[in-house]
Write a protein that binds this ligand. Structure first.
Ligand code: PEP
Ligand code: CO
Length: 451
């Protein structure tokens, strides 16, 4: 059945959330160039990640997926990239220490440039222009020139992904993630964080274990000097994804070689839509966002469509329900998936169901709601006899005030101080660490008995 699949097959189905390029010939020229460019990741890495995700579903690893809601070309810089890595490394130290499990680290970076929007057009003062769909499509400024979908941006997105990937790989290979040097991940601007004491204690305990192991082994152990980082982005702009989908000499099938882990967003998750058609044919592990209106009758056929062989590690279901809805929306899905014996990794995104707007016009999320959704998610999985094996978060290493609450109890007025996101509000450093500690409290206690 799958032998007839090709990367272009999605074109036969309705494709939601695609821009309209005014110049079709220009689009074709850009795509032809894109098809020539070298890959950003390898099939071997992709298959390794798929195996790790299968192990996370078995409770042998925990998935931490995090990064920006959307990357931007302007912020493809050294400070933004290193600060984001630092937060993810600090969180993963907390998780490794508390869960006693290896952590699968997937960044929402090196390609997270396309955004779904609620409307094709945006209107301001009687002027109507195409919505901003992420830097891979157009620019956020409200002018006709900036908002015109520009196919050159496909190539710029690929180049910026490659630059990001290159820098992350160089940092990791150069020892940036070395457990002997946790000071490399300190964020310059963090002063007297209320959570720093706990974090330092964990780092010291890990340092001691590392020294102990190395004393036993009589040498410096290479496995403590590096970690794996995988990349992910929403597989939204299908012309782009098609052009980076390739065959390789030694592994059968088609691979999206622009990222390790593409995911299907909630707005493009229809069974008969183009995005599902594209994602079912690639060998990459894929994520599927699941929102609060999805019923078991809708979800099960999508699971079968995306993963007809029920292959472990292939499919991660990322539920994003909202703190108020998860209690009723999630249990029927967990029951159905378990009853039907579907092999999936369950991952919680406590961000996207909790977005709201303040009176002064900021898109924000209350930290209490984020924490509550994650907290409930663990309990709901335990009650259902399923396992929550990962968390999906929007966060940044920059000193922002975008989500309210958290250790410093940010209020509505604080949002004005350092709100930088052009799209969704992100957790800042302290809010991110607090989430990692919450995961340890919830999951650490019973990981072995579930094991
Ligand atoms: C996102 O992850 O940024 C996103 C748009 O999520 P969702 O599809 O779950 O709304
Ligand atoms: Co988002």
């Amino acid at each position: 059945m799958m032998t007839s699949w090709t990367p272009a097959l999605w074109r036969e189905r309705p494709a939601a959330q695609q821009p309209t390029y005014p110049d079709a010939a220009h689009l074709e020229r850009s795509l032809a160039q894109l098809r020539q460019l070298p890959p950003l990741v390898t099939s071997l890495e992709i298959l390794t990640l798929k195996r790790h995700l299968a192990e996370a579903a078995e409770g042998k690893r925990f998935l931490l997926q995090g990064g920006d809601c959307a990357e931007s070309f302007a912020e493809c810089d050294s400070t933004t990239i290193t600060n984001r890595l630092k937060v993810l490394l600090q969180m993963s130290v907390v998780l490794v220490h508390g869960l006693k499990l290896p952590v699968v680290r997937i960044g929402r970076f090196a390609g997270q440039y396309a955004k779904p929007r609620s409307a094709d057009l945006e209107e301001r003062n009687g002027v109507s222009l195409p919505s901003y769909r992420g830097d891979i499509v157009n620019a956020p400024e409200f002018t006709a020139e900036a908002r015109r979908p520009d196919p050159e941006r496909l190539l710029r997105a690929h180049a910026h992904s490659a630059m990001t990937m290159n820098f992350v790989r160089a940092l990791i290979d150069g020892g940036f993630a070395d457990l002997h040097h946790p000071e490399y991940w300190d964020l310059g601007w963090v002063e007297h964080s209320p959570l720093q004491r706990d974090y330092r204690r964990m780092v010291e305990a890990i340092g001691e274990s590392v020294r102990f192991m190395e004393t036993l082994a009589g040498e410096t152990l290479g496995s403590f000097t590096r970690v794996d980082f995988f990349t992910s982005h929403e597989a939204l702009l299908l012309h782009y994804e098609e052009a980076v989908t390739r065959q390789v000499p030694r592994n059968p099938g088609w691979f999206n070689l622009s990222t390790h882990f593409p995911w299907i967003g909630m707005r493009t998750a229809a069974l008969d839509g183009a995005h599902a058609q594209y994602c079912r044919g690639i060998q990459n592990p894929v994520g599927l966002k699941v929102g609060p209106t999805v019923t078991p009758d809708q979800l099960l056929p999508v699971i079968d469509f995306l993963n007809p062989q029920n292959e472990p590690g292939k499919l991660t279901l990322i539920h994003r329900m909202g703190a108020a809805k998860i209690g009723t929306a999630l249990p029927p899905l967990l029951d159905a998936v378990r009853r039907e014996g579907k092999q999936v990794l369950w991952c919680a995104d406590p961000m996207h169901g909790n977005t709201e707007s303040t009176a002064n016009g900021f898109k924000t999320r209350r930290f209490d709601n984020i924490r509550s959704e994650l907290d409930q998610a663990f309990d709901i999985h335990t009650a259902a006899g399923t396992r929550l094996g990962g968390a999906h978060l929007e966060l940044t290493g920059e000193n922002v005030t975008e989500c309210m609450g958290g250790a410093r109890d940010l209020t509505e007025t604080d949002l004005e101080r350092a709100y930088k996101s052009t799209v969704d509000p992100r957790l800042n450093y302290e809010q991110s660490l607090e989430i990692a500690m919450l995961i340890v409290r919830k999951r650490g206690g019973h990981s072995s008995q579930e094991g």
